[in-house]
Design a protein around this ligand. Structure first.
Ligand code: HEM
Length: 461
């Protein structure tokens, strides 16, 4: 039987209403420990029980689904029954009611406002800003060639924030150095709250909480200032900010309107920068480990671009570079976990899911599922995404941008940015991981690299 045939049939097909298998309740202490210390290990271990797994943590049950059919059911077919789950509920305290965290009518209304600004045809106009910011990055890195290692994750974070500042706010965010640190503090707190499941009261003046509150105020201040500045020279266009400003002007209470605008912008900045930076960090790491792939990227870039800077249309020519980005997101999906809460009782693949349960789908485990990706599932092989040689696999086997109504709004921008930055950097520079540095994934709100990614830089030969 071929891999794809096997992949079509979820393991342990169930009789209706059955409870999925999973560790015994006595495993609760070790599950709690893994939730705090080794979340990827927890998901990988859970996947060994089958494609539908029940994880009982004390009286609470989490249902983990690791098959494309089940993911499709939760994220698309019956998506109305699944509101955003554990992590994002906590993130609401940090991000307010932005697109990522809102539900129902408010989410629908905001999605309609924001989505058109990120459509494929519109992002062609954002390509120039991406290429300019990438050019500045290459110059910065070039200046450090031959010097001590550079933290590539930090550089990518600066770059992606810079791009969003330009494309969303028409502003230079490098003037606001504190914004990156503020996002970090906000994310740390959201992750801490997710892991501690809200048992630590918010009013406790813990250093983390205080840092979080300061960071939240700082983000509000910066975004508020940028919005007033932009509002003063407001000239309605069809970019995200213009669309948001026009929509909140219809709000009867101007205070609510201002808050909504800030929430939405903070959300877009957060959702858009860490994810793309993580994709790039992992891509550079993988390219360093696979010189033959790096050679092919370089050959493509030389053929398509020569010495000139890319324009939007070049995206169609940089096919192999795009395949590398896709494969990096397969092995290291920036959003490694999609969590939901069931609103009403449901059945997923014949398994009963009671109302109120946490439901988890993990792009990380799905993207490494041997029955979907074969025995080489753990290996880096961009040819899996060769459009001239498409491999048959279920659509929901690959979900780096999620699926269904909550599908990422910034997917085209993220892909374009990662592809152009990769192309422009590898054309000129060779980035090498510092020998002995252990590169370990750290599953926070996005899949980071623990302790960053120090790389030395030299001119490409
Ligand atoms: C490679 C880069 C990116 C990846 C891998 C990524 C991944 C994702 C995923 C998986 C989701 C769905 C989350 C869920 O269903 O719970 C999502 C949602 C979202 N993303 Fe992205 N994203 C990327 C880039 C961006 C960019 C550049 C922006 C904006 C500028 C953005 C804005 C958003 C927003 C606002 C949502 C929430 C959409 C909604 O719920 O309606 N993302 N992203």
């Amino acid at each position: 039987m071929s891999t794809t045939e096997r992949a079509g049939t979820p393991r342990r097909a169930a009789a209706a209403g059955r409870v999925p298998p999973g560790p015994r309740w006595t495993a609760t202490p070790s599950l709690i420990k893994m939730l705090a210390m080794d979340r990827l290990g927890m998901m990988t271990t859970a996947a060994r029980y089958g494609d539908a797994v029940r994880l009982a943590i004390g009286p609470k049950s989490m249902y983990f689904f690791n098959h494309p059919d089940y993911a499709k059911h939760v994220l698309t077919d019956n998506s109305d029954n699944y509101h955003k789950g554990v992590g994002l509920k906590q993130a609401r305290r940090a991000l307010g009611e932005g697109l990522l965290t809102s539900e129902g009518d408010l989410w629908r209304k905001q999605r309609k406002v924001v989505q058109p600004a990120f459509q494929h045809k519109r992002i062609s106009r954002q390509a120039d800003a991406v290429v300019e910011e990438a050019g500045k990055l290459v110059a910065r890195l070039r200046a450090r060639a031959g010097g001590p290692p550079v933290d590539v994750v930090q550089e990518m974070t600066g770059l992606t924030l810079g791009v969003l500042g330009r494309t969303l706010l028409d502003a230079d965010l490098s003037a606001h150095g504190s914004i990156g640190r503020a996002f970090e503090a906000v994310q740390d707190q959201a992750m801490f709250e997710m892991v501690s499941q809200g048992v630590v009261p918010m009013w406790l003046p813990l250093p983390k909480q205080l840092r979080f509150r300061r960071a939240r105020r700082e983000l509000e201040r910066i975004v508020g200032a940028l919005v007033s500045e932009r509002g003063a020279r407001f000239d309605a266009g069809d970019d995200a900010l213009s669309r948001l400003i026009l929509s909140v002007r219809r709000e009867t209470d101007p205070k609510v309107g201002r808050q909504r605008l800030r929430d939405e912008l903070v959300t877009l900045l957060l959702a858009g920068h860490e994810t793309t930076a993580s994709t790039l960090g992992w891509s550079f790491y993988l390219l360093d480990r696979h010189p033959e792939v790096l050679g092919r990227v370089r050959a493509e870039v030389t053929e398509v671009l020569g010495d000139r800077v890319p324009v939007f249309e070049d995206l169609h020519g940089l096919v192999y570079t795009g395949m590398v980005v896709q494969e990096a997101m397969r092995l290291y999906p920036p959003v490694w976990l999609l969590s939901r809460i069931a609103q009403a009782d449901d059945e997923v693949g014949g398994y009963h899911v009671p109302a109120g349960s946490d439901v988890l789908v993990s792009p990380y485990t799905m993207h490494r599922h041997r029955e979907l990706w074969g025995d080489s599932a753990e290996e880096f092989d961009p040819d899996r995404f060769d459009p001239d040689n498409p491999q048959a696999r279920p659509r929901f086997a690959y979900i780096p941008f999620g699926a269904g109504p909550r599908f990422c709004v910034g997917n085209h921008l993220g892909m374009m940015e990662a592809t152009f930055v990769l192309a422009m950097v590898v054309r000129e520079l060779r980035l090498t991981t510092v020998p002995g540095h252990r590169v370990v994934p750290e599953p926070m709100l996005s899949l980071r690299i623990r302790g960053g990614l120090p790389m030395t830089i030299r001119p490409a030969t």
